[in-house]
Ligand binder design. Sequence first.
Ligand SMILES: Nc1ncnc2c1ncn2[C@@H]1O[C@H](COP(=O)(O)OP(=O)(O)OP(=O)(O)O)[C@@H](O)[C@H]1O
Length: 273
Amino acid sequence: MSISQADQSPLVSLRDVRFAYGEREVLRGIDLTVHRGQVVAIMGGSGCGKTTLLRLIGGQLRASSGAVEVEGRDLAHMPRSDLYALRRRMGMLFQFGALFTDMTVFDNVAFPLREHTTLPSGMVRDLVMMKLQAVGLRGAHALKPAELSGGMARRVALARAVALDPMLIMYDEPFAGLDPISLGVIGRLIRRLNDALGASSIMVTHDVHESLLIVDYIYFVSEGRIVAHGTPDEIRASTDPFVHQFVHAEADGPVAFHYPAPPIDGLLQGRRP
Ligand SMILES: Nc1ncnc2c1ncn2[C@@H]1O[C@H](COP(=O)(O)OP(=O)(O)OP(=O)(O)O)[C@@H](O)[C@H]1O
């Protein structure tokens, strides 16, 4: 990212954001910034609130307190019509990027264009083919999802997520279930599509190694709080125990491997808990 980009106001800014599902507080004061042009990763253990963060940024959920701003506008104070217009400029790739199984690859990618625009069919065709070309699957346009490998299906889901040329692309676990080669391909595509579209991207992921290769900045979330953040170089050099556990895939550390239990000694040799 160039210095001039960094100087601009952030595209996404969360300040002291709290959120609860009913009585259950999930986010407990989140501060997070995404600058224009950046690819940012949000990492953390299962259930720590990562997907909830994406939903807040996408305007599908409203913060209990604090501010969620996109392009400098607080989503909580935006008229509904403006929020819908804003959402159309966000691309989303949900967990496993489910495709419509009864539609061809072409129709899957064309879907958002047909839903949200009145473009003539010739232009829809050109746009779909350009997006499929960008993910290397123009030749697969007539196939059905069942005829694709997992990595190919994910690439189609990527093409669909960027069909409307979003300013912000959000990915929920884009690497889930992929083999190591497909994972590398998807990672590089996320970076390339971001840069080619002049967009910004946020991805929720467990894959720290792939993230370190492609992102500009990483936030670590634990128990609803940001516990560490930094550039890939800062994260690699970090001595923070939480970061260390993630980067070195250690089973135990601040994120416990064991569900809380009494010491095992008393359980062995036939003794009862
Ligand atoms: N609609 C809901 N109603 C009530 N609780 C919810 C709801 N959605 C999520 N939760 C709870 O909120 C917490 C955070 O969920 P979230 O999906 O944001 O976590 P996550 O970090 O994305 O998890 P994972 O990595 O496992 O997908 C979890 O404990 C979850 O059970």
